[in-house]
Design a protein around this ligand. Structure first.
Ligand code: SF4
Length: 396
C-alpha cells in the first residue's frame, strides 16, 4: 500500500546510510561506503521523497550515516529534489546536515549554504588521538579543527559539535581539556553524549571479552555535571540532558522529537511518527530500493500508539528537556481526552518525593535528579503494542 502523505508542515528527516568506516560504538544503520551503490540509493531516496515527503516541512534534518561523504553534485541532486518535492527552502526554519571532519571542506560548506542548508553538525566525538583511534574514527584532531574553520570561513552561522564522554581508559584525564578546546571554538551548539555500549557493536563485543571497561556510573555522572558547568560558563545553556545551546540556537528539529511532534523519515531504516503511528523503513538497501521502485512504500514495520501509551511516551521524551512537560500540552499532543490524567498524577507524586520540580506550569528533573533521569522518565512508559510486520515485506 502506498503510504499517505503527512500533513503540510510536518518535520522531515532524511537518512543517508553511508560512512567511510563503521565506528566501534555505533549502532545507527550505517554502512562503509566502499562498494555500495550510492547513486542507486540516492535515486531511491529521491523517489521516496517524491512519494511521501510532507510539503513545507517546519524543519529538515539530513543525517546518517555521514551525509557530508556525498560529493557536491550528489548533495545538489538530493537537495534540489527535496526542494522540488517539499519547498523546504521557504518553509524550514532550520535545515541541518550532519558532517564528519574528513569530508567537510570550505567548498562543500559553501555549496551546502547555497543549497539551503542553514546549520551543520560536525562529529568531532573526541580531540584525543588515542580516543579517536579507540572509537574507530577515521579523522584526526587537526581535521576536526580544520573542518570547523572551513565551515566558519564559508559563512556557516549555526554550528553544532558532537562529542562523546566517558571513553574507556580516560578516567580523570582528557575530557576536561577536550571540552575546553571545543568551547573555545565558540560553537552555537554542543551535543555531548555519555558513551553507550549498544548491542551488536564492536564495543559491546570488546566489553564482553574484557578488552575494555566501562568507566562506571559515578565517574560518568561527574563528567555530566562537569560538562554542564563548563558549557554554562561558556554561554551554552543545557536545554536537554545531552544538548547545550546559546539562546535561540536550540535544535528546533530535535525539540520537535522531544515534544513528541509528528515527523516523517525517509531513506533506509528511517523512522516516522505521525499522530501516534510509528513506522520504520526497510534497512536492507536492495529491499528498500525495490519497494520504493515498486511505489508500494518502503515501510517494514508499524505500530499505533494510543491513549495512555502515547501520553506516557510524551512525558518520557519531554522529561529529557530542561523545560520539562506541561501536563495540558502533553494531553493535547497525545490526544488524551479523559478527565483523569495518570501521567500528571505520577508527576505530582514524583515531585512530592523531590525527584521532579514544578516550574512555570511544567514538571522537570531537578539538577540532582538528573542522575536518575532514565529511571524517572521510564516510570511514565506504558508497554507499547508489538510492531506489526506485513508478511508481504522482506526482512529489513
Ligand atoms: S560516522 Fe557516525 S553514523 Fe557513521 S559509523 Fe561513525 S558514528 Fe556511525
Amino acid at each position: 500500500m502506498p503510504q499517505e502523505r503527512a500533513p503540510s508542515g510536518t518535520s522531515l528527516y532524511v537518512h543517508l546510510p553511508f560512512c567511510q568506516a563503521k565506528c566501534h560504538y555505533c549502532d545507527f544503520f550505517s554502512l562503509p561506503a566502499e562498494g555500495q551503490d550510492i547513486g542507486g540509493t540516492l535515486d531511491a531516496i529521491v523517489a521516496e521523497s517524491a512519494q511521501r515527503s510532507p510539503r513545507s516541512p517546519r524543519t529538515l534534518f539530513i543525517g546518517g550515516g555521514t551525509p557530508s561523504l556525498l560529493s557536491i553534485a550528489e548533495l545538489r541532486y538530493l537537495l534540489d529534489a527535496l526542494e522540488e518535492h517539499t519547498g523546504f527552502r521557504a518553509s524550514s526554519s532550520e535545515t541541518t546536515l550532519e558532517c564528519n571532519p574528513e569530508s567537510l571542506d570550505r567548498d562543500k560548506a559553501a555549496a551546502l549554504l547555497d543549497l539551503g542548508v542553514t546549520r551543520l553538525s560536525i562529529g568531532f566525538q573526541s580531540l584525543d588521538p588515542k580516543v579517536l583511534e579507540l572509537f574507530g574514527r577515521v579523522h584526526t584532531t587537526d581535521q576536526s579543527l580544520r573542518a570547523y574553520d572551513a565551515a566558519r570561513q564559508a559563512g556557516v552561522r549555526s554550528l553544532n559539535i558532537d562529542m562523546i564522554f566517558a571513553a574507556p581508559g580516560t578516567e580523570g584525564s582528557s575530557w576536561g581539556t577536550a571540552l575546553g578546546r571545543v568551547l573555545d571554538l565558540e560553537p552555537e551548539h554542543l551535543s555531548a553524549y555519555n558513551l553507550a555500549f549498544e548491542e551488536d557493536t564492536v564495543f559491546s563485543r570488546w566489553l564482553d571479552q574484557g578488552r575494555i571497561k566501562r568507566m562506571g556510573d559515578d565517574a560518568e555522572l561527574e563528567l555530566l555535571y562537569q560538562t554542564r558547568a563548563a558549557a554554562r560558563a561558556a554561554g551554552l545553556e543545557p536545554y536537554e540532558i545531552s544538548n547545550f545551546a546559546r539562546a535561540g540556537e536550540e535544535c528546533a528539529h530535535n525539540l520537535g522529537y522531544w515534544a513528541n511532534k509528528s515527523y516523517v523519515g525517509i531513506g533506509p531504516s528511517a523512522v516516522s511518527c505521525v499522530q501516534g503511528r510509528r513506522a520504520g523503513n526497510a534497512k536492507a538497501l536492495q529491499t528498500y530500493r525495490r519497494r520504493v521502485g515498486e511505489g508500494t512504500g518502503a515501510e517494514a514495520w508499524s505500530e499505533q500508539l494510543e491513549g495512555a501509551a502515547r501520553l506516557g511516551e510524551t512525558w518520557w521524551l519531554g522529561l529529557r528537556t530542561q523545560r520539562g512537560v506541561k501536563p495540558s500540552e502533553a494531553r493535547e499532543t497525545a490526544g488524551w481526552q479523559e478527565h483523569h490524567d495518570p501521567a500528571e498524577t505520577r508527576a505530582r507524586a514524583l515531585a512530592g518525593e523531590g525527584l521532579l520540580e514544578e516550574s512555570r506550569g511544567c514538571f522537570c528533573l531537578t539538577e540532582q535528579s538528573l542522575a536518575l533521569a532514565d529511571h524517572i522518565s521510564a516510570e511514565f512508559l506504558v508497554a507499547p503494542p508489538t510492531p506489526s510486520r506485513s508478511s508481504s515485506l522482506s526482512a529489513p
